[in-house]
Design a protein around this ligand. Structure first.
Ligand code: HEC
Length: 177
């Protein structure tokens, strides 16, 4: 940027007064505390980074599901008024028209945890405990026969679950995962 010597002092004056005006702002909002940021910082990366402590089992997940999910996702998660979470459907051909479900489409088991924790149950997201999320994730993965019903899900085991369609995704930035 070119500023002539003549207007330079004027520019400085304007910047200085803008600074002053900022300091003198109506003080809307307030800086967030670490704890407040932590409550919103819930993104889980494909490799499991940021998974919380805790654990869950298929058996406990079945209870959570019957209580909080069945009305929308149906008996055994096979579909109700909303999406089937458990299905054997295969993606054939180019797959564009195929029904995409967790088993035939989702690339990472960690996404199941992240999605449920941030978005479900639909009318009351963020109401499940981490143990409930681990459990209902175990229930969905177990019902899809991706893990055994006896496998416990936690921050170490969940990222190791290999989703059936995992290798058909093209990872744009593999080194970032
Ligand atoms: C009031 C209805 C409702 C309830 C209750 C509910 N969901 Fe959902 N769920 C939805 C809707 C709507 C979507 C997104 C639209 C769709 O895919 O049909 C969805 C999508 C999902 C998906 C993503 C499915 C996919 O393949 O894209 C998962 C996983 C899921 N819900 C899990 C749960 C779990 C676990 C519970 C219970 C803790 C639950 N939901 C409770 C309505 C509900």
């Amino acid at each position: 940027m070119f500023i002539s010597k003549k207007i330079f002092p004027a520019v400085i004056a304007v910047l200085a007064s803008a600074n002053l005006a900022f300091a003198d702002s109506p003080k809307l909002g307030k800086p967030l505390t670490e704890a407040e940021i932590k409550a919103w910082d819930i993104t889980i990366l494909p490799d499991g980074t940021n998974l919380p402590p805790g654990k869950g089992t298929f058996a406990m997940g079945a209870k959570v599901f019957a209580e909080k999910c069945i009305a929308c996702h149906g008996e055994g998660g096979k579909g109700g008024p909303y999406a089937a979470l458990v299905s054997d459907k295969e993606i054939k051909g180019n797959g564009i028209e195929a029904a995409k479900t967790i088993k035939n489409f989702w690339a990472n088991a960690t996404t199941v945890f992240d999605y449920i924790r941030r978005a479900m149950p639909w009318p009351e997201p963020r109401t499940l405990t981490d143990e409930e999320v681990y459990s209902v994730t175990a229930y969905i993965l177990g019902s899809n026969k991706i893990i055994a019903e006896t496998d416990e899900m936690n921050a170490q085991t969940l990222p190791k679950v290999k989703m059936p369609n995992r290798d058909n995704f093209i990872i744009k930035f593999p080194d970032k995962i």
